[in-house]
Design a protein around this ligand. Structure first.
Ligand code: CTP
Length: 400
């Protein structure tokens, strides 16, 4: 319920992408928001006010002269208790109107008449040529200069059959953007490099050694850091998770590949913090076979030999210009003792301890922070909540 108590005025303008707004409305409601839908006449050609009213649970307004508002001023009354106005889809024409201050229908008048403290977010949706047109690009630049948040658009297949920039973001991505717009930007201008998930160390082309890490904690931290305004690079071992919106993900398999990707990222761009959440395999199979190992007779068992993998976190922490390093400790017992010892051994300012087998694959976790002053419990919560708390901690420590 990350939008609990929020009122969103959701404006629809003309575009095929209107069909996706039914789903956005539903997910805003599930996240706890109250949704007040306002539609232009063009939008009603694509989806009906009946559908939008049924899904939002609130009367839909389309007309500036709607007498159902007691003082007949819907352009004022509909936004005065709003927390944000979201225009999705936002057509080429509506962007032009916003950029030039037009007010010739209810939705454009309502946008112009909004008090300055109410954020306005738009999700452009149009044909690629319409998006690339210099007139549209001039309007986009003007809207950004006017502090209007432009969400997307994305590139891809379009309803008209052409391909390119101009697709509206998907409803889940818009929801993420809207939630992020309410978060404090404690990591604005900062770059974070995060490792997540397990690594997979091959035995042969069809078998390997891995662990039970799902990647959920690392991915939640990547999402929370993006929401807090950071540029995030996520180096991920094999997981079943979707790429977090706004985050650059580099997929790897082995610990050596993860190490190489971390070092390449650090050499390409300096990073403010390195958060090592991955459950990296300590050993790889030194005598891995290029061909599938066959079972030749019943008593025959392959003899595996192991070599140590690079300790990515310790090696990053030892760099002369090391970013602020945050480690994770997945222990099975004695967390307080092992956590403090591990932080000192890896020579890092902050270590986050958890009991590995109680959290791998689960949606909640219990974290303990270890620093030079001792330890502090973040308590038990779902991984997204803990990720938000941890990101605030990292932000305050980077600022010092
Ligand atoms: N880590 C790493 N590279 C490795 C091993 C661990 O970057 N080869 C990082 C993990 O991402 C984590 C921290 O080091 O942030 C601690 O990982 P953990 O497996 O708990 O500790 P180990 O150093 O492997 O110690 P042990 O397995 O003996 O507890």
């Amino acid at each position: 319920m990350r939008l609990a108590g929020k009122k969103i005025v959701l404006g629809l303008t003309g575009g095929v992408a209107c069909y996706k707004i039914a789903e956005l409305t539903r997910s805003l409601g599930k996240a706890g928001a109250t949704v007040q839908v306002v539609m232009t006449q063009a939008a009603t050609q694509f989806i009906t006010p009946v559908t939008m009213q049924a899904i939002s649970g609130n009367t839909v307004f389309t007309d500036q002269w709607d007498a159902r508002i007691h003082n007949n001023m819907p352009h004022i009354d509909l936004t005065r208790d709003a927390d944000a106005i979201v225009i999705a889809p936002c057509s080429t024409n509506f962007m032009f109107k916003l950029a030039h201050g037009a007010c010739d229908d209810l939705l454009s008048t309502l946008c112009i008449a909004r008090p300055a403290h109410i954020p306005l977010l738009i999700a452009p949706a149009m044909n690629v040529e319409m998006w690339q047109n210099p007139a549209t690009q001039r309007n986009v630049a003007q809207l950004k200069a006017d502090n209007i948040r432009v969400m997307g658009p994305a590139a891809g297949d379009q309803a008209c059959g052409e391909t390119g920039m101009g697709r509206m973001l998907e409803p889940a991505q818009l929801l993420t953007e809207i939630i992020a717009s309410f978060q404090a930007k404690s990591l604005a201008g900062k770059r974070l490099l995060i490792t997540a998930g397990p690594t997979f160390e091959p035995i042969d082309p069809v078998r390997g050694i891995t662990n039970l890490s799902s990647g959920k904690m690392g991915y939640a931290i990547a999402e929370a850091a993006w929401e807090a305004g950071a540029q995030v690079t996520l180096i991920s071992g094999p997981t079943a998770l979707a790429q977090p919106y706004g985050v650059q993900r580099i997929e790897v398999q082995t610990a050596q590949q993860m190490y190489d990707a971390v070092m390449t990222s650090l050499n390409t761009k300096s990073q403010d913090a390195f958060v090592a959440v991955a459950a990296v395999a300590d050993w790889r199979v030194a005598n891995a076979s290029n061909q599938k190992i066959k079972k030749t007779c019943d008593s025959d068992t392959p003899q595996l030999e192991f070599a140590q993998n690079p300790d990515i976190l310790a090696l990053v922490a030892a760099l002369p210009d090391a970013p602020y390093c945050v480690g994770f400790a997945a222990e099975s017992e004695n967390l307080l003792q092992y956590g403090a010892a591990k932080r000192a051994k890896k020579n890092i300012p902050l270590l986050v301890g958890n009991i590995g087998h109680q959290t791998f694959g689960k949606d909640d976790n219990e974290l303990i922070l270890f620093d030079v002053h001792g330890h502090q419990a973040l308590g038990r919560a779902d991984k997204k909540t803990l990720a938000g708390k941890l990101v605030s901690e990292i932000a305050s420590r980077i600022k010092k």
